[in-house]
Design a protein around this ligand. Sequence first.
Ligand SMILES: [Zn+2]
Length: 197
Amino acid sequence: MSRHLCSKCQFPASHCLCGHVEKVDCETHLIILQHPSEVKHAKNSVRLLPLSLPNIQIVVGESEADFVELRAWLITQKKPIYLLYPSDSSRDISETQATENAILIVLDGTWRKAHKMLMLNPWLLAFTHLSITPDRPSNYKIRKASRSDSLSSLEAAAFGIKTLEPMVNISPLLNLFDAMIAQQLAAMPANVRKRYR
Ligand SMILES: [Zn+2]
């Protein structure tokens, strides 16, 4: 496999996904709090999000100190802010009134890491916690389901946006994700690939 990266999608040129990129027309501002252990993870779905979404910020960190700047910015925002997280106090996101122009925060990490991030960042508890009910089964074949909802961060974010903005078509995001999964499966030796089916 070539190590040369496509300048647009930043995937290896041999796995360029540009042909599958289509913009999602949404107003939700998505903020991903990415655990440092996810940054170099080849199977991480978050790196697809900036290709397709108009308003997205990815902030890498774990402890409160890592998110000081982000918090200062969030305090200045007049928009409603939601945290996508199935905690005890979370409401199913479908019970929430559709809200355009909201800020949606998603934790990107294994279930255990995401939980740790929440414990280390009590300021996140100030936001309404929301959980989602996906309307399609996850296509996360290439990684062990580690979130409690068994979704990739991309799928969780996409369903979150869909609930806040029901008129938005999120299929470009899901299609892009499916294309990445298909490519990664195709790149596996046949005996390895069998385990994922
Ligand atoms: Zn590309």
